[in-house]
Design a protein around this ligand. Structure first.
Ligand code: CA
Length: 223
């Protein structure tokens, strides 16, 4: 899962980036509205955290232009003033949620996780696939109730496949949602990581479709 942070205060941006990365997300940052709009329009994000008061292009304009360009990722707005008119304008432009500054990092992480989960069509905070459970609030994976220890990269892959289980996820799509834009992964690194996840799960739920990508689905108990 990959998140875009658009915020012009460097210290706050850094704290958001660190908190979201610690929660298992790949994170790209933009420091003004023009750069933020450009990244949100051209890259694939699972969610965006967008400040409203930004240099060059204000956050509500950024959001409106993303929506005009049919970018549908959920957007959490950061608002400095506790004024309903500003929040109302943000919702009118296409915002999905907001937090008012100052806020706890934990609240931003929790809201982003919920937005991503709902955008993927899951109603419960716990996503299941057979005996596998992904606790989207805690960012933890378990099998039959026993915790599975994954690296950050393994978690991002498993989480993306679990959110989109039942459909084929292509190689390019997975790369876009697992790595930040400065990363340049080898072409076979995903195969290596998926193989490692399979070994840790000891469960046949991630299927490789040669030339297409991967699909996660519950094990069939037929027969
Ligand atoms: Ca600002």
């Amino acid at each position: 899962m990959k998140v875009l942070v658009v915020e012009d205060e460097p210290q706050l941006t850094l704290r958001l980036q660190q908190s979201l990365e610690a929660a298992g997300f790949a994170v790209d940052c933009a420091y003004d509205g023009e750069e933020g709009f450009y990244l949100g329009e051209t890259e694939s994000y699972d969610a965006a955290v967008l400040d409203l008061g930004l240099p060059k292009l204000d956050g509500i304009s950024v959001l409106g232009r993303w929506r005009d360009a049919r970018r549908t990722m959920p957007v959490l707005v950061l608002t400095a003033r506790n004024r309903w008119s500003e929040k109302s304008a943000a919702f009118a432009a296409g915002a999905d949620d907001y937090v008012t500054k100052p806020f706890e990092m934990e609240e931003v992480v929790t809201r982003v996780r919920a937005l991503i989960r709902r955008a993927a069509g899951h109603s419960s905070p716990e996503i299941r696939c057979g005996p596998l459970r992904l606790d989207t609030l805690a960012g933890k994976v378990s099998l039959d109730g026993i915790p599975v220890h994954l690296t950050a990269q393994e978690f991002r892959i498993l989480s993306y496949l679990a959110h989109h289980q039942g459909r084929v996820v292509g190689r390019g799509e997975l790369v876009e949602h697992v790595y930040d834009r400065n990363a340049d992964p080898d072409s076979n690194v995903l195969d290596v990581l998926v193989a490692r996840i399979r070994r840790k799960l000891k469960l046949d739920i991630i299927h490789t479709l040669r030339g297409q990508g991967w699909r996660m689905e519950p094990p069939s108990d037929a027969g």
